[in-house]
Write a protein that binds this ligand. Structure first.
Ligand SMILES: Cc1cc2nc3c(=O)[nH]c(=O)nc-3n(C[C@H](O)[C@H](O)[C@H](O)COP(=O)(O)O)c2cc1C
Length: 209
């Protein structure tokens, strides 16, 4: 399987080449990889900020344990989960679905009600966690797409989520920073590139029942 080669090639890049930028065409493909990720009911309860502004990235650096990827990578993707879930959002999703699938809103009403009934008794915190889990599926799509295109990436949770919310103004948009992916090209000085992969063996990881 070709994909196995891609996953073996990739590693969590620590040091990026600051001179190399990913092309617009590659960026477009990576965005599409995120867009095509599956999500529960198809709701895509998140937003992805691509932080271009060097000044903003400088501000994010100290609240990311000063990890060099934040300022040195070509592009920085910040994945923010929607906080909670509401009828309006589900309504908008149903409208989109009706439009895309050539159905009437009425035809899809039962599906919308079904989604709403499944979430209406959950707390905001539970819903935000649920939304965050959808984020990780999209994040994984991005990592795989990068590897496939021989673009380096580092998934990151080592940052202060609340500080990101403040700096990027996420809270007022009903969003919460969950994870970051730094994307670009490895520096020839990144010693992590040559390290052996560390993974538990099959017999530890799998069980047939
Ligand atoms: C959700 C998540 C959060 C991570 N956070 C960081 C991080 O903040 N900084 C970092 O350098 N690596 C981070 N990593 C990278 C992991 O340490 C790395 O994926 C793991 O050690 C396996 O190594 P490999 O990706 O090079 O195969 C993170 C990985 C994931 C999936």
């Amino acid at each position: 399987m070709e994909l196995l080669k891609d996953w073996k090639w990739r590693y969590a890049t620590k040091k990026f080449d600051t001179e190399k930028k990913i092309s617009n065409e590659d960026l477009q493909n990576l965005k599409e990889a995120i867009q095509l990720a599956p999500s529960s009911y198809g709701l895509q309860p998140f937003k992805v900020l691509i932080v271009d502004d060097p000044e903003v990235r400088e501000k994010l650096s100290p609240v990311s344990w000063n990890q060099p990827q934040i300022t040195e990578a070509s592009h920085l993707f910040v994945f923010a989960a929607k906080t909670g879930m509401d009828k309006d959002y589900i309504e908008k999703f149903i409208e989109l679905r009706a439009d895309k699938q050539g159905k009437s809103k009425e035809e899809l009403q039962a599906y919308g009600d079904f989604i709403f009934n499944s979430i209406k008794d959950k707390s905001n915190e539970e819903l935000t966690h649920w939304n965050s889990r959808q984020v990780y599926i999209a994040l994984s799509n991005l990592l795989t797409a990068c590897a496939n295109q021989r673009i380096d990436a580092c998934p990151m949770e080592g940052f202060d989520n609340n500080a990101y919310n403040k700096i990027l103004g996420l809270e007022e948009h009903g969003l919460h920073a969950v994870a970051v992916v730094a994307v670009g090209y490895r520096s020839s000085e990144d010693s992590y590139a040559d390290l052996e992969k560390v993974r538990f063996p099959e017999e530890v990881l799998f069980e047939t029942v």
